[in-house]
Design a protein around this ligand. Structure first.
Ligand SMILES: Nc1ncnc2c1ncn2[C@@H]1O[C@H](COP(=O)(O)OP(=O)(O)O)[C@@H](O)[C@H]1O
Ligand SMILES: [Mg+2]
Length: 430
């Protein structure tokens, strides 16, 4: 993570002033120390030197202040390179004038003065070149980030800047790269959500359209008099009723799933006995199992503690699992519902001796709208929402759900719920 510094702009002007003043004092002390070391001048000369240097240094400060703060030289220049060069040239010119004037005031001979100015001029040109080099390299690094930011803004998400140094400019480049990475991640996530939404709309409209189309066809056939004999009309009406029920169930499922996915599932937790829930489920699914010729049985292993669940939703999970098991088990097969105490958790399993689930379907079986290969071509069955809803409900109860299956031998759906009442407390009860 790049180090971020906060710059307080209101205090900046003040601290620049102090910095310049401090700089003048340091330069003055350094010059005097240097003069003492070099030529041990008498005290009088030192005093004169301090006076001249102070006057000329203060004048330079005032000129610099007027140039950069009053006339906006520091902020109106269009490029960093130009700015550094102007500051440098101004600094050098002030130093040049200072030295020459101070030297003249201190009665240097004309020849020495000229020689001094030539040497100073030489030093000035050399430092101008180094200033240009410095300005160019800084400005180049900033331009790289600036151009990359421009291209990123135009939508080129893979834009990155080479990190060429360990200084602030290098850190600016790596902070830019981090920001670009985050943006790319966010836009990929948004793309995934958008794709999922599109798939959802496509799947929903397909699943709603199919029963609607057959309702319309049958109603039109009866209405237009194409079908007249009472027996066929009755058959059609039963079909219409059946399709309407399917539509209603699908809409309920979609509503429930949308609440689960929005995290707005309303749970009304109450103390319930698993024994009762299991026997209610067996009772209400018995007719369906008999019709299919499947033996449905259940048992509770040991004595189970009461659980704190939303009974209606919990029942729904069991119905979905048992209904799937009956649907995917051939006649003469068996479906068993077992509930047991596993220490911290209670575990419920719905085992069948049915067709089993192919390995490639297993990872997707709890995804919404996912139907395994054999179910997809079948006309019966739901829209592939039952397991997604079951998972949503179990997870909202703080539990987990999973499946074990062997193709052609059978499947076992299992879920566990935390045993303690406390485990339900963090959940939101609307
Ligand atoms: N007991 C089971 N045995 C075999 N396959 C199953 C079983 N339960 C579920 N499946 C597979 O999981 C898919 C998703 O189930 P579900 O979400 O309930 O949707 P639906 O029942 O509407 O098809 C089913 O289409 C089926 O392929
Ligand atoms: Mg189902």
């Amino acid at each position: 993570m790049a180090e971020l510094e906060q710059v307080n702009t209101s205090k900046r002007g003040l601290s620049y002033g102090w910095f310049a003043f401090g700089g003048l004092l340091v330069a003055l002390v350094a010059a005097i120390v240097y003069a003492v070391l070099l030529m041990s001048p008498p005290a009088e000369d030192i005093r004169d030197m301090i006076t001249f240097l102070l006057i000329s240094g203060s004048l330079s400060l005032v000129i610099g202040y007027l140039g950069f703060r009053r006339f906006g030289l520091g902020s109106s220049l269009p490029s960093l390179r130009l700015k550094i060069m102007v500051i440098y040239i101004a600094g050098l010119a002030i130093a040049f004038v200072n030295v020459v004037v101070t030297a003249a005031l201190m009665f240097l001979s004309e020849h020495d003065l000229k020689l001094l100015s030539v040497l100073l001029f030489f030093a000035l040109v050399i430092s101008l070149f180094s200033a240009y080099f410095l300005a160019e390299s800084m400005s180049r690094s900033v331009r790289l980030v600036m151009n990359a930011a421009g291209r990123l803004a135009e939508g080129k998400a893979d834009e990155r800047v080479p990190v060429q140094s360990a200084d602030e400019l290098g850190r600016l480049a790596s902070a830019f790269n981090q920001m670009a990475d985050r943006l790319a991640e966010a836009s990929a996530a948004q793309q995934r959500v958008e794709n999922a939404r599109r798939e959802l709309v496509a799947a929903v409209s397909h699943d709603l359209r199919t029963p609607l189309a057959s309702i319309r066809a049958m109603v039109e056939a009866v209405n237009d008099g194409v079908v007249r004999d009472p027996e066929t009309v009755h058959r059609y009406l039963v079909s219409v009723q059946h399709e309407a029920q399917r539509l209603g169930a699908l809409i309920d499922d979609l509503f429930e799933l949308s609440q689960i996915e929005a995290g707005a599932l309303k749970l009304q937790l109450e103390r319930a006995s698993l024994e009762d829930v299991v026997s209610d489920t067996l009772e209400s699914m018995d007719a369906q199992a008999r019709l299919k010729g499947v033996a449905l049985s259940g048992k509770v292993e040991g004595t189970l503690p009461p659980v704190y669940v939303d009974t209606r939703k919990f029942q729904r999970v069991l119905y979905n699992l048992v209904q799937n098991a009956i649907r995917h088990t051939p006649a003469d097969g068996a479906v068993t519902l077992i509930a047991r105490d596993c220490g911290n958790e209670v575990e419920v399993q719905v085992a069948d001796s049915g067709e089993g689930i192919a390995e490639r379907d297993l990872p997707h079986i709890f995804d919404r709208f996912y139907r395994g290969e054999p179910s997809r071509s079948r006309d019966t069955g739901g829209a592939g929402l039952g397991l997604a809803i079951a998972r949503g409900i179990i997870e909202a109860h703080g539990g987990r759900i999973w499946v074990e299956s062997t193709l052609h031998e059978g499947s076992t759906f299992l879920f566990s719920l935390p045993r303690k009442e406390k485990a339900f407390l963090p959940m939101v009860v609307f």
